[in-house]
Design a protein around this ligand. Structure first.
Ligand SMILES: [Fe+2]
Length: 244
């Protein structure tokens, strides 16, 4: 199958091209071949910098999927204003949570965090249900199935799909494993719409305020909130334990 990654060979110059910025000083976090440079203290989320470079590993993990994810997210989400700040902060948080998932899937977690909201882009949105629109676009573009499925099911998408009568459409995408879903839920549901760090309860309250009663999103979260709280708590417990 032809994919965005099929013939692409990472090189120092190509990685530099795809990096958002490279200025020091940053604290480096090396996770299974990926290096995510995090916010300096006091930096605003709007200036989050994620730099991904090949730092080896055993076996080496190709950073290609995450690098391509940054490129595509920037293309589709940056024009959407503050949602770009949200996505950058979620991706940074996913990097911090990489110890909670299988080492072989850490690059996929980070890539999925970059891509989880691309369905909001008017360039690719059709159903106006962003997890499904994003997943369909990625699937049609040949992205790895786990990335596609994580985008489809991120942060309890199945609850909103039910409200919108799109459960059958969403079920075309298999549900990924719990650690990956939990990590992405924790990253997304403790990050506000402008990239600010929130508690889970504050994030849910913010969603319920932003979408009025009667809106499918509001209705979905009334049901989803207790279930997703458990998901977030599982990821927090894995993070505290220090392993997947
Ligand atoms: Fe999000």
């Amino acid at each position: 199958m032809s994919t965005p990654f099929g013939t692409w060979v990472p090189s120092a110059s190509r990685l530099a091209d795809n990096a958002l910025r490279t200025e020091p000083p940053w604290s480096d976090r090396v996770t299974s071949g990926l290096c995510c440079r995090r916010l300096a203290p006091g930096q605003r989320a709007g200036s989050v910098v994620i730099v991904i470079r090949d730092v080896g590993g055993d076996p080496p993990v190709s950073p290609t999927v995450a690098v391509e994810a940054v490129r595509l997210a920037r293309q589709l989400v940056e024009p959407l204003g503050r949602r770009w700040s949200h996505v950058q902060a979620v991706a940074a948080r996913a990097g911090e949570l990489s110890s909670t998932v299988d080492p072989d899937e850490r690059d996929v977690l980070v890539a999925s965090a970059w891509l989880h909201d691309i369905g909001y882009s008017p360039e690719i949105g059709h159903t106006r249900f962003h997890p499904l629109d994003g997943a369909r676009y990625l699937s049609a573009s040949g992205w790895p199935p786990l990335v596609v499925n994580l985008v489809a099911h991120h942060s309890g998408a199945r609850f909103e799909a039910k409200e919108r009568g799109l459960s059958a459409d969403l079920s075309a995408f298999p549900l990924p494993g719990e650690p990956m879903l939990d990590a992405l839920a924790l990253a997304d549901l403790t990050t506000g719409p402008a990239g600010e760090r929130l508690t889970y309860d504050d994030r849910i309250a913010e969603i319920l305020r932003r979408y009025p009663e009667g809106d499918p999103v509001h209705q979905a979260w009334l049901t989803a909130a207790p279930v997703l709280r458990e998901s977030v708590q599982r990821a927090q417990a894995r993070l505290a334990a220090g392993s997947a």
